[in-house]
Design a protein around this ligand. Sequence first.
Ligand code: VGL
Ligand code: ZN
Length: 206
Amino acid sequence: MNKALLIVDVQNDFCEGGSLEVKNSLDIIPVINKLIDKFKQLSYPVIATKDWHPSNHKSFASVSGGRIGELGELNGIPQIWWPDHCIQGTKGAELHPDLNTVDTVIHKGSDPEVDSYSGFFSASGKPTLLEEVLKKQKVDTLYIVGLATDYCVKFTVLDALSLGYKVIVIKDGCQGVNINPEDSKLAFFKMKEKGAEIISSTKLEI
Ligand code: VGL
Ligand code: ZN
């Protein structure tokens, strides 16, 4: 069996200067780049997810008429309204230019009717290509980093655990949105409670 590095949504719109910027997000890039180099050296797959919304995505406050950061409902599912972000084909949707090259990119969030924080499934349960890619490469252990700790990283980790993967979250390779100041702390707590190992990159042994 095999290990893989999974990098969640390190896209321009989530980095400093982006439309949904995560504070201190650029700090994680050198940490992730070291991991990319290490995994590649060992011939382990390096996979990145991309939030990949059409411009009429209904999680956008501008489309649904909600207020940014407030909780509403989208097709019967609780939904936070976001600024327009990661629109397909735009600069904001590209992986950050300082990020080293990855092997595979998985797109999510393309259906305008439903959000998809997790790299595995949309909020309505429709799978992305991620599990198929991991199965093909016989991956059973995922090392997960990226943006944002309290949304896409958290939901990706929880789905990975439900699917039976061993999950190690590298905490200095993650950064959170923190609409509420404790959100990232709570997210790490929840991921750990569900079975993820949370480590610092300096403690990584692969
Ligand atoms: C994300 C909010 C909306 C994320 C994506 O990547 O964490 N957050 N879409
Ligand atoms: Zn999004």
